[in-house]
Design a protein around this ligand. Sequence first.
Ligand SMILES: Nc1ncnc2c1ncn2[C@@H]1O[C@H](COP(=O)(O)OP(=O)(O)OP(=O)(O)O)[C@@H](O)[C@H]1O
Ligand SMILES: O=C(O)C1=C[C@@H](O)[C@@H](O)[C@H](O)C1
Ligand SMILES: [Mg+2]
Length: 181
Amino acid sequence: MKNVVLCGFMGSGKSSVGAALAALTGARFVDMDRYIEKQENKRIPAIFHEKGEGYFRQLESLAAAALSKESGQIIATGGGAVMRAENVQAFRSGGVIVLLDVPLHVVQRRLRGDRSRPLLNTRDRGRALRELYCKRLPVYRAAADLVVENRGALPVSQMAGRVWEAVRALPAFQENAGPTG
Ligand SMILES: Nc1ncnc2c1ncn2[C@@H]1O[C@H](COP(=O)(O)OP(=O)(O)OP(=O)(O)O)[C@@H](O)[C@H]1O
Ligand SMILES: O=C(O)C1=C[C@@H](O)[C@@H](O)[C@H](O)C1
Ligand SMILES: [Mg+2]
């Protein structure tokens, strides 16, 4: 099976829908944020604080390249991972990219009170969130083979079912899908 790579803004549901999709399909689930934290033995805010964003983005690109060499995985990317074209290329070489699309107001609600977001640690957090969201949305859309809305109208397990049905119908997923595809 080709990889299914979930992208989207912070709080869009990549980790929760990704884990449910892995349970549904029997595929291995990899959460890139957790993968990097394990590798560095540090939480993401500490990596940003001690080494800077550039260092984190390097780790992210190395992870994207390494994971894309393997197949049969559901990959939850970090919120900024598809902002680099080289990462998009790597993800696409090994699978299909699915955008979990959420309106800004849903993101605002889901991230309220969450202080573990280095990019939002500014004086005007609401504005930082809005600007980042508007900058990223077109890049996410351009990267995606498929866009699925996850505003919370359906429970996570049903979202996973909906994503899986749509992914299976993608010609890019079926090409060279192999015996288990
Ligand atoms: N369909 C849904 N229905 C209800 N709650 C949802 C749904 N999708 C996601 N959520 C909730 O939204 C929050 C964010 O989801 P999740 O952690 O999966 O997002 P994420 O994209 O991995 O975010 P990040 O990696 O930036 O923390 C979680 O509390 C999750 O339970
Ligand atoms: O949106 C982003 O740039 C980020 C999202 C998180 O998943 C982490 O990858 C990190 O906090 C950066
Ligand atoms: Mg996550």
